[in-house]
Each structure stands twice: as C-alpha cells, then as structure tokens.
Design a binder for this molecule. Structure first.
Ligand SMILES: Nc1ncnc2c1ncn2[C@@H]1O[C@H](COP(=O)(O)OP(=O)(O)OP(=O)(O)O)[C@@H](O)[C@H]1O
Ligand SMILES: [Mg+2]
Length: 279
C-alpha cells in the first residue's frame, strides 16, 4: 500500500477512536454539555520537546466517576499527559479543561488545590516522617502550612486515617518511619496519602511497578475500592493488573491515542500489538 494511503488509514482510525469525544469540544459546544458529562477534557493538546511531539491529542476526556486505564509502550507520553493535566508542564498548543473550567494556564499548586491528586511513577513519601505523619501531612490544608507544624487532626480525620491504614494493612506500622517500609508498603502509603488529600480526580502513574504478584493484586483491589467514590486515571504496564481492573483502556503511542476499548479488544488489535512488540 502506498505510504499516503497508509497514513490516510491511520487518520481515519484516529478519527474513529476519538469520535465519541468530538461531540463535546469545549471550544465549540455549550458549557453545560461537556461539564455534565466530563470531569476532565483536553482539546487540541500537544507539547513539543526540541521539536519532538511527546503528546498530540485532538480531543480526549474522562467522565465523572470513571476509572480509566491508560497503557502504551515506554515513551508513549503517558506521564507527560499527566504532567500537562496537572499543570507541571505547559502545553505547546491546546487546552485542559477540568471541573468546568479552562485550567490551561493555572499554576500546578492551584490545580492541586482544585482537587487533582497525583501518585508519581516513583512513590513520593517523606522518609523521615512516620507513616501516620505522612498521612497527617496529606490532610487538606496541611500541604500549604507555613509554620512547619502540622495542624492537629479532627476526630473525623483521625478515624479516616485509621480506616485507610487498616485497609492497606499499615496499622501496625503507623509509628514506623516511612524509610523502613517495604516498596509495596510505600506504594500504598503514597496512595493512602492521595486519598486523604480528598482529590476529585486521581492520576495514578504505574502503581504496580516493582510489586510482587500478591502486592499487585492488593493494589488493584485498593484502586477498585477507591473508584467507587473517585474519578481515577490509572497508568499501567502490567497487563495482569490491567486485566484485574477490568475497565476501559486507552492506548497511547507516540503521543497519540491509538485505540480504546476493553483489554481483550486491545489484545486483538494489530496496531496496538505492533506498538508494544515493535519496541
Ligand atoms: N521534560 C522533558 N524534556 C524533554 N523530553 C521529555 C520531557 N518529558 C518527557 N520527554 C520525552 O517525551 C516522551 C514521552 O515520555 P513519557 O515519560 O511521557 O513516556 P511514558 O509513556 O510515561 O513512558 P514510560 O512507560 O517509560 O513511563 C519520551 O520520549 C521522553 O523522553
Ligand atoms: Mg511514565
């Protein structure tokens, strides 16, 4: 097939994948139409690093209450997408809409305060604080505390912390320093801190990285439980983990949305399999 035709076919497939979003472009439709449906929407979003487009997405969104999984080979732009949404990286073109507002030029800290919480690829916990103190620090309001002193927790907050600690089996480790926890426990502490900060949208980057099979299963169950009350975007490489979540999957490749559907459909999709195996 001539290259032009191959490219044309690719354009058509992107057109198809994105058609469900195209009806909601915030720049074109009435505000209420997209805000009712989507918590997060990006339009014409791209970022270039030295002329190389790391993310290039005409339109894409996450619906209220959804748990969406994003997969894709190394360097596909998954983490960069999260950086754009959370305001860590400013886009070269396009807009990020969140919770009814255009937040494209908002500071990262303001976007965090608006309720977008992140768990980074490498879990960030404070090593010199105890498990419990890490969760105290995550309480809404404490991240921006200027005196280096934590405000004391309310009764409800204390019971919320205790509840989460028991859910992730960290109750017995609550007075241990975070640096003495295992890798799996640190992942759970980072996810717990995220929950305590009460985000509306959680971006969870590779929660299963470096975990044992058993820990991976537990993490999947924890995220499923979280999904009952939150809108979540989970980025993951581990296919068993993705299978266990059993949710709609978006495949990113070379900064673009390549396909969407359930995991079985993705596994039958030649383009998707090529993108994975081609690396
Ligand atoms: N700040 C930056 N400056 C220059 N290039 C960058 C920057 N951030 C990301 N990139 C490049 O953008 C591309 C996408 O990277 P990104 O980290 O988003 O991929 P990823 O899908 O998260 O991959 P992985 O699965 O390995 O975590 C890569 O080629 C990366 O080198
Ligand atoms: Mg990444």
């Amino acid at each position: 097939m001539p290259l032009e035709e191959i490219n044309k076919e690719k354009d058509t497939s992107e057109e198809n994948v994105l058609s469900e979003y195209r009806r909601f472009l915030p720049s074109e439709v009435h505000h209420e139409l997209w805000t009712k449906e989507f918590l997060l929407f990006v339009e014409n979003l791209s970022v270039s690093f030295d002329g190389f487009k790391a993310v290039d997405i005409p339109c894409f969104g996450i619906r209220h209450g959804e748990l969406r999984v994003i997969i894709g080979p190394n360097g596909a732009g998954k983490t960069t997408f999260c950086d754009l949404v959370s305001g860590k990286t400013k886009p070269s073109t396009g807009s990020v809409y969140y919770d009814g507002k255009n937040v494209t030029n908002f500071e990262e800290s303001d976007i965090a305060l608006m309720g977008i919480g992140r768990k980074f690829q490498t879990p960030t916990v404070f090593d010199s604080l105890t498990t419990y103190e890490n969760l105290m620090l995550a309480l809404p309001g404490n991240q921006y505390w200027k005196n280096n002193l934590l405000r004391s927790e309310s009764k409800e907050e204390k019971s919320k912390i205790e509840e989460i600690l028991s859910k992730v089996n960290l109750s017995d480790s609550k007075d241990k320093l975070a640096k003495s926890l295992s890798h799996g426990q640190r992942q759970w502490l980072a996810i717990s801190a995220l929950i305590i900060s009460k985000p509306k949208l959680l971006l969870v980057d590779e929660p299963a990285a470096g975990l044992t099979d058993l820990e991976t299963e537990k993490t999947a169950d924890l995220l499923m439980e979280l999904a009952e009350e939150h809108t979540l975007v989970v980025i993951e490489h581990d296919m068993d983990f993705v299978r266990r979540l059993g949710q709609k999957v978006t495949v990113l490749n070379e900064g673009k949305v390549l396909a969407e559907g359930n995991l079985e459909q993705m596994e039958e999709n030649e383009e998707v399999m090529e993108a994975y195996l081609g690396r």
